[in-house]
Write a protein that binds this ligand. Sequence first.
Ligand code: NAD
Length: 336
Amino acid sequence: MIKVAINGYGTIGKRVADAIVLQDDMQLQGVVKTKPSYEAKIAIKNKYPLYANNKENTKAFIDAGIKIEGTIDDLIDKSDIVIDCTPGKFGAQNRQLYRSKKIKAIFQGGEKPEVAQVSFNAQGNYKQAIGKDYVRVVSCNTTGLCRTLGSIHKIFGVKKAIVTLIRRAADPNDSKKGPINAVVPVIEVPSHHGPDVNTIFPDLNILTSAVAVPTTIMHLHTIAIELEKQANASDIKDLFKNTPRVILVDEKDGFVSTAQIMEYARDLGRKRGDLNEIAVWKNSINIVSNQLFFIQAIHQESDVVPENIDCIRAMFELTKDPIKSIRKTNIAMSIQ
Ligand code: NAD
């Protein structure tokens, strides 16, 4: 049993904690919070051992009557690995602590690739993380692109991919960010997402650009790919049907927008209404002059969660076979 510590019990951290509890080869050793927020109370309710991020902040928990087991140092001493789920750029600062404590660590996509020895996507490069000490699970957008573009690249070859990312403004629990009534172009063209995909698939020729729109539920990608090998639309549909963590949705079934996809996840009874899979609109898959088009939606809060689980298995060599790990995680989390 691999003992796992979660540093940062927010959007990603609480989901990864819940996913760890579902696995039979790892156990949740505890979670770290900075303050006694409602999320800290939920951790206690879930019987997740709670730790403060430093000594100074322990007083706030005691004053609020919330039981903590110690600080992050105490948690690390009892754990085999830390999953750093603190806000972007904090992970790079925490790396020094993990190094000094000689503990393995997983970072998230808000960190620069240099924070780790290798970036990770289970279907893309599981084997590169085998035995590593520091690994970064790529962002939600990059994870989505790696799952679909990556599987196409392996079978049909991507000569060139052009992707437009229509990004959600903020997560549903975030009342600080916008826009609330504007479309904001990201004036970084091409955007950083293409190079991020290249941390997993170095030879994939991809250019990306992004805009932020007033929604909290899902990113959407419109994708155009020049293929190396001949294919037709049904070849791509069949490929996606057989690609783990990718589902096909059909507007004829009522999936006319991201709203119905999220409702579907809620109807499935998924915790927090999460959809860990990437949803591709089946009838958006079209090929014109060997140029493939399709549109996909990414549930930004949850697609990276199973990747963190597979990443632990690779780092501890629990299995060297990515498919075995992916299947095991999917069964435990009831995902496709
Ligand atoms: P979040 O703000 O929802 O959660 C971060 C948590 O860390 C909060 O509970 C915060 O209180 C806590 N925290 C802050 N400083 C801390 C510290 N010094 N020590 C310990 N805990 C601290 O952030 P998030 O959305 O979960 O993002 C975490 C990471 O995951 C980032 O790298 C982000 O880029 C990445 N990511 C986020 C999403 C998303 O859509 N939310 C998707 C994929 C990847």
